[in-house]
Design a protein around this ligand. Structure first.
Ligand code: ADP
Ligand code: MG
Length: 499
């Protein structure tokens, strides 16, 4: 099946093409034809399955475009509101549709102005109810979507939602999406939907096979060490660490920051501006580790999250599914890593059963294993470096005065310094820079410079590959390794893991 099969208008096909979508996801393939036919719909699918486009595309296809607010999407959180409206804006802009977001914590007036201009609004329940109740806005949407309905109920929005519907026209097409279908959701569906069709992406398909799920048994006091070790070993591109409580988010962010990581924290109590800022930094890669509570990270859509860590195993299976769904997105591979204490093994079994998945038990790598991994990474990086002929010539010249091992050593030291101080990547060095380095190598007076160089400074390291976190835990450069591991803090987070 392709998007062509839906016979969308040209502007919409263009938008789909611009978005880089080639093939509808399962929930899209099932839901789009039903929505185009005008049915109310109840859709159940895990996060990351493309629900936004599943309702957004057919709604935009059917929109007339010049009658004020024609589509209303209700979502549980501000982050989701922004995310969904970004996605809908992408699909709607070729048809010149205007999108507005409505959520609490920002000024009313500008929001109202925007709503009055908009064709599509994406709103959180609290602010929307506020605006409708106080008669500051009046809308008459033909399409109403409840996105992440179960989450809205979990957050206690049931009354707001029921109340919102009293302000909406009877004559409308209503769509409801939810990852789970508890009884309350079914009751709500009966109240607001009219002979709905349902689309369910079954359990089997729900577990994303691109996500490897691992768990590590650790004692409670070992969690921090275990986490650090695993992050070192796995060398994530971007990762999210999930905590149960806001307090834990705060503590762990201070701790990880002190360890030299660029950390962003997200929890319910944060100011809107700060939340947006943090999410943006994470998307742009300025923040490499994101520490969050479940609610705060709900629906968070960042494509290149390579690892999700559960600092504690979540209480229920659904949050587990939601959490790990933050990785392995858009066809990428991902790894979900859960730390459990021995008495939580039962929870693992229960989640495996509920979700129909298998979590693989692994043992926290030893310090040596971490180091071997790093050495291998560095080796393969070095082997793949293409050395220019002129650089080779220069080294040959140098060899008259200095033996080759010393040359290599000096260059490595200087290059490491470049990386430490300037955050440069050696691979990016041009001939001129190599020349300058060799000049400095020639003038080198000797002495023991390697080892502690750049300690603490190297944390704004370059991305990818072997990143020079040359602080006290380990060193990324070759040579003189033993002195840097600082012995004492190896509290053996490995031994317990076999339990
Ligand atoms: P959900 O609401 O089910 O959690 P989203 O609608 O947020 O999922 O979609 C997840 C990601 O997948 C988004 O980045 C979206 O742009 C992308 N996506 C959705 N549908 C497709 C598709 N058919 N082809 C490629 N990418 C898609
Ligand atoms: Mg969604």
């Amino acid at each position: 099946m392709t998007f062509k099969d839906f016979n969308f208008k040209d502007t919409l096909n263009q938008a789909i093409k611009d978005a880089g979508f080639t093939e509808p996801s399962p929930v899209q393939a099932d839901a789009i034809p039903l929505i185009l036919e005008g049915h109310d719909l109840i859709g159940q699918a895990q996060t990351g399955t493309g629900k936004t486009a599943a309702f957004g595309l057919p709604i935009i296809q059917k929109m007339v475009g010049n009658k004020g607010v024609e589509a209303l999407v209700i979502v549980p959180t501000r982050e989701l509101a922004m995310q969904v409206s970004d996605e809908l804006f992408r699909f709607g802009k070729t048809a010149k549709l205007k999108t507005a977001t409505v959520y609490g914590g920002t000024a009313y007036n500008r929001q109202i102005d925007r709503i009055e201009q908009a064709n599509i609004i994406v709103a959180t329940p609290g602010r929307l109810q506020d605006l409708l109740k106080s008669k500051r806005i009046k809308i008459n949407p033909s399409f109403v979507v409840l996105d992440e309905a179960d989450e809205m109920l979990d957050m206690g929005f049931l009354d707001e939602i029921k109340n919102i519907f009293t302000y909406l026209p009877e004559e409308r097409q209503t769509l409801m999406f939810s990852a789970t279908m508890p009884k309350q959701i079914k009751i709500l569906a009966e109240q607001i939907l009219n002979s709905p069709k349902s689309v369910t992406i079954t359990k089997k398909e729900r577990t994303n096979t691109d996500i490897t799920q691992l768990f590590y048994v650790v004692a409670d006091y070992e969690r921090d060490d275990a986490l650090l070790r695993l992050i070192d070993y796995k060398n994530p591109n971007k990762c999210i660490i999930f905590c149960r409580k806001k307090k834990e988010v705060d503590r762990l962010s201070s701790y990880m920051t002190a360890q030299g990581f660029k950390v962003g924290a997200l929890h319910g109590d944060m100011e809107q501006k700060q939340r947006e800022h943090t999410i943006r930094s994470f998307k742009q890669g300025l923040v490499e580790i994101f520490i969050a509570t479940d609610v705060a990270a709900r629906g968070l859509d960042v494509n290149d999250v390579s690892h999700v860590f559960n600092y504690h195993i979540p209480f229920d299976s659904e949050s587990y599914v939601h959490r790990i769904g933050r990785t392995g997105r858009a066809g990428n591979k991902g790894e979900a890593i859960t730390l459990v204490s021995p008495n939580e093994l039962r929870t693992i079994k229960r989640i495996e059963k509920d979700v129909g998945t298998i979590m693989i038990s692994e043992v926290i790598p030893t310090r040596q294993e971490v180091q071997n991994r790093k050495d291998n990474d560095l080796l393969s990086k070095i082997i793949n470096i293409k050395v220019s002929t002129s650089a080779k010539e220069m080294v040959k010249t140098l060899q008259h005065d200095i033996d080759i091992v010393t040359i290599a050593h000096l260059l490595a030291t200087i290059v490491q310094e470049e990386i430490d101080v300037k955050g440069k990547d050696i691979i990016g060095l041009g001939t001129e820079e190599v020349k300058a380095l060799i000049e400095r190598a020639k003038n080198w007076k000797g002495g023991d410079r390697n080892g502690n160089r750049g300690r603490g400074r190297s944390r704004n390291r370059s991305r990818g590959g072997n990143r020079g976190r040359s602080g006290n835990r380990h060193s990324s450069s070759g040579g003189n390794r033993g002195s840097r591991n600082g012995g004492g803090n190896n509290r053996g987070s490995r031994n317990r893991s076999e339990g």
